[in-house]
Write a protein that binds this ligand. Structure first.
Ligand SMILES: Nc1ncnc2c1ncn2[C@@H]1O[C@H](COP(=O)(O)OP(=O)(O)O)[C@@H](O)[C@H]1O
Ligand SMILES: O=P(O)(O)OC[C@H]1O[C@](O)(COP(=O)(O)O)[C@@H](O)[C@@H]1O
Ligand SMILES: [Mg+2]
Length: 546
């Protein structure tokens, strides 16, 4: 059952040409393609659909924010509430207090356009957040007991994994509940999307700390300013803050290993730069050099409530090491100032451009949930709003079921140090890469054989793993790219195959007759387009190649 979209009477949109998004519109993940390269992965284009799945009066929505703070959380909350209310006439909206655990351990907060009217001017989240406490069955019990049928989940990589599990449980119980994610993290560590909201604001705020470090450093002889910025596993904030500032001499990120002593090491570079300029600024991401710290402090690995690595203070450590080095060797007198603005860059309201971005993400999520999509994250891909599946694309009406590889929850977005952006940074700061030929080879290898999803550039002959099907007595052999390999792996996880065997990038699948004949075969063919996938149904039969 569907309903005409109430937006057709909305005066704001009456003049918009082709306002409703066509059901088949899609956005490609890769817009730069080689000649003859495959069509690649496409995502559904976000936006209002002509027909909606929910009758507005029956919608009971809830919003939850999880994980660390991020500028723009309140804007997203505001825009979901206002979007539901003004565009679709929905007025039953609850805020879940304090993250996932709030579903089962706290009272809810009623949200209306009046309550959220000016919250976008404040940092933080008015409904609170937390780490840990993801109890799937208690959460879905709460959704079911309260009669909630739209769940908006705002959070980072951990939160989206949690949302995917909730979505699976909702499906398992056969509930007609739309589960929509909105990606949040200042670390920008969520894959697929162009960038996460709040990231620009954080980079901008980081400039104030870098400026202060620069002023302090240049005002004394051999002044060194050290600034620690957030970035647990990904160094995006440090990289962009450095590129934006132009005052930074050295940027250190988790993705790029470095060493202190000896030729080509950090101490040597600091000495060189001080001799050249008389002062220097170092920006270090909090996750950088953690292995060096672990070696020197010999402390055990600790985790937070969500299972994230708890980091040691690398800023303090490196400041101490630099001071110690110069004092010990009587090389030169230095004055070092350490600035740690960590929480200051995320506890602020979002800037203008992030506010706009938050609005688009929230409105897209609302349109998607109203149209009956579920199990998706609203995200910007190549400048277009899209719906990215958590893992399986699944239409709530259960009429459309399109399998897809795990995406948003598959891996973390990281700075690729063999990519152009890091090269731009190195040439802007003129710092050493600290990488020997061995490290570079390793980085390149990582690029080619990642553990996570690759993004379509990978259908090159030279690194295609092999796929081997054993189907009854008939053997199907084919080559395929990593993307498709991972797709198959995702299917394996869903237990759609029997007796999987996987080794060294090759897959050996023993299949049921019915499986290969049926829908899976069609889906496989759809997904393996352009990858040289071949199916032999019978050893005498000609191969059907896509
Ligand atoms: N693999 C997972 N499965 C289910 N829930 C998870 C998973 N990882 C994290 N979560 C939950 O998601 C929430 C936020 O995760 P966290 O890693 O702290 O922040 P973020 O989502 O910003 O990365 C927490 O409540 C945590 O319990
Ligand atoms: O002290 P907290 O709240 O655990 O947060 C610290 C971490 O939060 C972050 O801001 C990222 O948070 P998320 O994982 O929630 O995106 C990191 O940069 C930082 O390491
Ligand atoms: Mg995270």
């Amino acid at each position: 059952m569907t309903y005409p979209n109430p937006l057709r009477f909305n005066p704001a949109y009456s003049v918009v040409k082709q306002y409703f998004v066509h059901l088949d519109d899609s956005v490609p993940q890769k817009i730069v393609v080689h000649k003859d390269s495959p069509r690649g992965v496409h995502f559904r284009r976000a936006g209002p659909r002509q027909k909606v799945y929910f009758n507005s009066d029956e919608v009971h929505a809830c919003i939850v924010t999880c994980g660390g703070l991020c500028p723009g959380l309140n804007t997203v909350i505001r825009e979901i509430v206002c979007g539901l209310y003004h565009m679709y006439g929905v007025n039953k909206i609850l805020g879940i207090d304090g993250g996932y655990r709030g579903f089962y351990s706290k009272n809810t907060i009623p949200l209306t356009p009046k309550v959220v009217n000016d919250i976008h001017k404040r940092g933080g989240t008015i409904i609170g957040t937390s780490r840990g406490g993801h109890d799937t069955s208690k959460i879905v019990d709460s959704i079911q007991d309260r009669g909630i049928n739209q769940v908006y989940i705002i959070g980072g990589d951990g939160t989206q994994k949690g949302a995917a599990v909730i979505y699976e449980e909702v499906r398992r119980r056969g509930l007609k509940v739309a589960v929509a994610g909105i990606p949040k993290t200042i670390d920008n560590d969520i894959p697929v999307i162009d960038k996460s909201f709040g990231f620009d604001t954080a980079v901008e705020e980081a400039q104030r700390a870098i400026n202060a470090a620069h002023v302090e450093a240049e005002s004394t002889e051999n002044g060194v300013g050290v600034v620690k910025l957030m970035g647990r596993y990904s160094g995006f904030i440090a990289m962009y803050a450095t590129l934006a500032s132009r005052d930074v001499d050295l940027c250190l990120i988790p993705e790029s290993p470095f060493y202190l002593e000896g030729e080509g090491g950090l101490f040597e570079f600091v000495e060189k730069r001080l001799k050249e300029s008389g002062h220097m600024v170092i920006v270090i991401a909090e996750g950088a050099g953690q292995e060096l710290l672990a070696e020197s402090l010999q402390s055990a690995d600790q985790k937070d409530a969500s299972g994230n690595k708890l980091l040691r203070d690398v800023g303090l450590w490196i400041s101490h090491k630099i001071k110690e080095h110069f004092a010990k060797n009587h090389k030169m007198d230095i004055t070092l100032k350490y600035i740690d603005p960590t929480y200051m860059i995320r506890a602020i309201p979002s800037n203008a451009s992030d506010n706009v971005y938050c609005t688009l993400l929230a409105q897209s999520a609302v349109h998607g949930a109203m149209a009956g999509y579920t199990g998706f994250t609203s995200g910007l891909v190549n400048g277009r709003q899209t719906y990215i599946p958590f893992n399986l694309k699944y239409h709530i009406t259960l009429t459309i079921c399109i399998l897809n590889v795990q995406r948003i929850t598959e891996k973390q977005n990281m700075v690729v140090i063999t990519d152009r952006m890091w090269a731009r940074l190195l040439s802007s700061t003129n710092q050493p890469s600290f990488l020997g030929p061995k490290d570079l080879a390793e980085a390149k290898k990582q690029e080619e054989h990642p553990t996570g999803l690759l993004d379509g550039e990978n259908c090159k002959e030279d690194h295609q793993p092999e796929l081997l099907f054993i189907f009854e007595k008939n053997i199907v052999w084919s080559k395929l790219c990593w993307q498709c390999y991972l797709f198959i792996k995702a299917l394996l996880k869903q237990k759609l195959w029997k007796q999987p065997y996987s080794d060294h990038g090759s897959l050996l699948l023993v299949l049921d007759n019915d499986f290969l004949k049926g829908r899976v075969r069609t889906i496989l063919k759809e997904h393996l387009v352009g990858c040289g996938f071949a199916v032999f149904r019978d050893s005498r039969e000609k191969a059907t190649t896509t």
